[in-house]
Structures are given as C-alpha cells and as structure tokens.
Ligand binder design. Structure first.
Ligand code: Z5A
Length: 210
C-alpha cells in the first residue's frame, strides 16, 4: 500500500485493537479516536464482524445460534472482513481518514483456529489472503486474565454464543493471542488498570504513526 494517495493527500492509518471478550477493546478504540481527534486527525471506528449493511447482517448470522463448522466460520468471518476492507476501510484511508478497528484477522486465528479447532495453517492463510486486500498499519493485542474479563462482561450483562463459551475456551483464546502476537511481532498491552491508563499504553503504540 502507498503511504500517499495522489489525489487526496496523505493516506489514513489503519489500526486494529485485538483481544478476548471484555478486555476493553470497544472502550479503547473510542478513547483512541477521541485522542486522535484532539490531535486534529479525522478518524472512524469500525468493528468486526460488521461495518456496513451487508457485514452487519452477516454479524447477526455469525453471532446467532445456527450450528456451523469451524472452517465455514473461518470463511464467513473472512467474507465479512473482505466486505469491510473494500467497501468501508480502503475508501476512508484513501481520503486520509484513520480507521480504528475493534477486532481483525487475529480474532479468526484465535477463536476459530486455536479456540474452535479449525486447521491453524489453513486459517492463517485464508486470513492473510483477506488482509492483503487492505493491510493494517498496526495491530495491538489487549491482554487480560479471562477471569477478570468475565467479571467485566457479567457487569455489563451481554450474552452471545461466544460469550457463553466456558472459561477453558476463553483461556485458550487469551493464550492464542499471546502466542500469535509473539509469532508476528505484534505488541501486547496489559489491559489491567483504569481505562485512561490503558489508553496511555495504547497511545505509545499508535502515536508513532502520526
Ligand atoms: N469473532 C470471532 O469468533 N472471529 C472473528 O474473526 C471475529 C469475531 C472478528 C464479536 O463480539 C464476537 O465475534 C466475539 C468473537 C467473535 N466474541 N464474543 N463475544 P463483540 O464484538 O460483540 O464483542 P467483543 O469483541 O468480545 O467485545 P466485548 O465483549 O464488548 O468486549 P470489549 O470490547 O473488549 O470490552 P468493552 O466493551 O470495552 O468493555 C467491557 C466492559 O468492561 C464494559 O462494561 C466496560 O465499561 C468495562 N471496562 C472497559 N475497560 C475497563 C477497565 N479498564 N476497567 C474496568 N472495566 C472496564
């Protein structure tokens, strides 16, 4: 990808915040967007799965209860990712807008690969092909003990098919994020502490892109 778009000026940056349920991703992408706005940067927050009418409809299906196989789930998450990348994120970046994404390809590798048992090499490859459509400038993983994350989720009261998975599943996912981050040289940020403290930690990762 070029750093500069000939027509619109400087290309925006694409930042992905990753991690298991309840680690604070949604809170933090909003906080980062606020800091970027204060720094004079146009930015948009997106989420995976989702982001436009087609991908939001697919989100309903994927977070719903219909039985599915792990490989089908890998492909479905990547289909919605392709939609988001091409229809939403690439056009925003081309106009100089930054995109902060709540989840990305590491979620598929952690949940469908490590968590649900889809073949890891195949899952990584499918994700790599999708991400090549519009690669991120930086990915960062929020790391939190799944027991603490579960307490945060309980306080909030949400309950979808992934959130109902047992603690062992969430431990596997948390471990997967650490392992995949180490493998790919992705920064892991401690998600214990106040929201403002965590935003400061993330800002240290994101601000060099300014
Ligand atoms: N999924 C998948 O399997 N494969 C894929 O490829 C993709 C996704 C892309 C999407 O759910 C589901 O899809 C997800 C994996 C699967 N599984 N689940 N569940 P989602 O987008 O609806 O949910 P989520 O991504 O897991 O987000 P979440 O549960 O909303 O968690 P979060 O965004 O990381 O946390 P939060 O909403 O910012 O905070 C959770 C609560 O904690 C909330 O009440 C906050 O006010 C509170 N909070 C936040 N920060 C703090 C701190 N620092 N201290 C105390 N309390 C805090």
């Amino acid at each position: 990808m070029n750093d500069v778009d000939g027509q619109a000026g400087v290309r925006g940056r694409y930042v992905i915040v990753e991690g298991g349920e309840g680690v604070g991703k949604t809170t933090q992408v909003v906080a980062l967007a606020q800091r970027l706005s204060e720094a004079g940067i146009d930015c948009e927050v997106v989420r995976e799965p989702g982001g436009d009418p087609f991908a939001e409809a697919g989100r309903e299906l994927l977070l719903g209860e219909l039985e599915r196989t792990a490989p089908a789930e890998v492909l479905a998450f990547n289909a919605l990712r392709a939609q988001l990348l091409i229809a939403v994120i690439e056009p925003l970046l081309a106009t100089g807008t930054w995109v902060l994404s709540d989840r990305g390809r590491l979620s598929t590798i952690a949940y469908q690969g490590h968590g649900a048992g889809a073949d890891l090499a195949w899952t990584r490859e499918i994700c790599a092909m999708t991400v090549a459509l519009c690669p991120p400038d930086v990915e960062v993983v929020l790391d939190l003990d799944p027991v603490v994350a579960a307490e945060r989720r309980t306080m909030r009261g949400d309950d979808d098919r992934f959130e109902r998975m047992d603690l062992a599943f969430h431990q596997r996912v948390a471990e997967a994020y650490r392992a995949e981050a180490a493998l790919a040289g992705i920064e892991v940020v401690d998600a214990e502490g106040t929201p403002a403290e965590i935003t400061d930690r993330l800002w240290r990762v994101v601000s060099p892109l300014l």
